[in-house]
Design a protein around this ligand. Structure first.
Ligand code: ZN
Length: 438
């Protein structure tokens, strides 16, 4: 029951596609195995994990051919295995969870992603020798990292199944790194599988040429009920807390878990949701803008501080700081450039963390005005924020649907402006004024 796909919340369609592909992949391995091992009678208990995909030649052909953009996941019967995949979906929908689960299913000794065998287990815990995971922390994945990765991915899988490369945030590849990856995807080593994760297949996120050679697995925003269910089952969170957190996180699984578990995350959310009733005038609007920006900065600083410090210490050790002798002194002389590089990378990571924190706050705020709007319209839908529903109801009465809609739009415009590189403070001040005036 709890196989490797169990944590992929609310993505039934994608799971069907991935199960099918894993079964096809297992059939390919069996077909490639020495004839002797296939000649005997089916093993005891002989359920065929490839169930129904026994036309191995057709599968092999499918595997060799490039996937096309039109290969809509699960759209055609017998959608089999291919060597390059892109998982797309909104933040929190589980792109990397899906990629890891699929990798586990490919390495599963039963070919199904049973969740219990060594192949499944080591893949999910990140210790499988043939699964490499790239998690960029700065703004981009560089070409050297990618070249080294591609080279290692071309080697024969030590476990006899597949060499798998998972690239989280493939939208952060530099152009040169993208080209190095493209070359590998265009001429794939026979047993290598690339799993990319990106917000969408828009050319801003993934190059058209890479996309054209990958099969796309679109993930959707999971429904709150499904998110709550997984919080209860997997994380042992009380059902009422899980339901509240799932609704408040608006389909973002990781965010829901943080809200359920982390009191500081709850406090930050409370502060954001206090904004609407604090907007009593121009001065208050500017104060609220400052508070929102500063809270995002503080949250981001806290989230990167530990990693920054660890990196600096690691670099200094590598450069021989604290060492003695001529070697260490020479290394220090050449180290200024590397330290500068590191600081640049850390700064770009901090900027991204600030943007992410601010965006989470704006999504919470949008949820509040969305609640006010649905109440003004008497729409039969559950509120996003059950704990501020009364306040949203008061807003609905005061503003009517038009006023609630204008305020919701002001929040969404602020997000769009920041996305388009308007200075966050300017965008947030404009939004607060609009929220106050309506
Ligand atoms: Zn398994």
């Amino acid at each position: 029951m709890t196989d490797v796909f169990a944590d992929l919340v609310g993505q039934d369609e994608a799971v069907v596609t991935l199960r099918r592909a894993a079964a096809s992949a297992a059939a390919l391995l069996r077909a490639a195995a020495p004839a002797a091992s296939r000649a005997g009678a089916p093993a005891a208990g002989g359920a065929d994990p490839a169930g129904g995909y026994d036309d191995l030649d057709a599968l092999a052909e499918q595997f060799d051919g490039p996937g096309t953009a039109d290969d809509r996941a699960g759209a055609e019967p017998g959608a089999g295995m291919t060597h390059a995949w892109i998982f797309t979906g909104p933040p929190g929908s589980g792109r990397s969870v899906a990629a890891r689960a699929f990798a586990a299913a490919l390495q599963c000794v039963h070919g199904t992603g049973c969740g219990h065998c060594p192949g499944c287990h080591t893949t999910l815990t990140g210790t499988h020798a043939d699964v490499r995971l790239v998690v960029p922390e700065g703004l981009s994945i560089g070409v050297n990292e990618m070249r080294a990765l591609v080279l290692r991915a071309a080697s024969t899988p030590s476990g006899g199944r597949w060499q798998i490369v998972i690239i989280e945030d493939a939208d952060r590849l530099t152009e040169a790194a993208g080209n190095a990856l493209l070359k590998a995807i265009e001429e794939p080593p026979p047993r290598t599988v690339f799993l990319l994760c990106a917000p969408s297949t828009h050319p801003d996120d993934i190059s058209v040429t890479i996309r054209s050679r990958c099969r796309i697995v679109p993930l959707r925003q999971p429904p709150a009920g499904a998110v709550a269910e997984v919080l209860v089952r997997r994380d042992g969170i009380a059902p009422d807390v899980a339901e509240w957190a799932a609704a408040a996180a608006q389909g973002h699984v990781g965010r829901a878990r943080r809200l359920a578990r982390d009191p500081e995350a709850r406090q930050r959310r409370d502060a954001v949701l206090a904004v609407p009733r604090r907007l009593t005038g121009v001065g208050a609007a500017f104060d609220a803008a400052s508070a929102l920006i500063e809270a995002a900065e503080a949250e981001a600083a806290a989230s990167v501080a530990e990693v920054d410090e660890a990196e600096r210490a690691a670099l200094q050790t590598a450069l021989g700081a604290g060492g003695t002798g001529r070697g260490a002194a020479g290394a220090m002389r050449g180290s200024a450039g590397q330290l500068k590089d590191l600081e640049k990378r850390q700064k770009s990571r901090a900027t991204r963390a600030q943007r992410d924190a601010l965006d989470r706050a704006l999504v919470d705020l949008a949820g509040f005005y969305r609640d006010a709007l649905t109440m003004a319209l008497r729409a039969p839908v559950a509120p996003v924020h059950t704990d501020t529903a009364a306040l949203a109801g008061a807003g609905a009465q005061k503003w009517a649907a038009e006023g609630a809609l204008r305020r919701l739009e002001a929040v969404l415009e602020c997000r769009a402006a920041i996305e388009a590189n308007v200075k966050p403070r300017i965008a947030v001040e404009a939004m607060m004024l609009a929220l106050w005036k309506g």
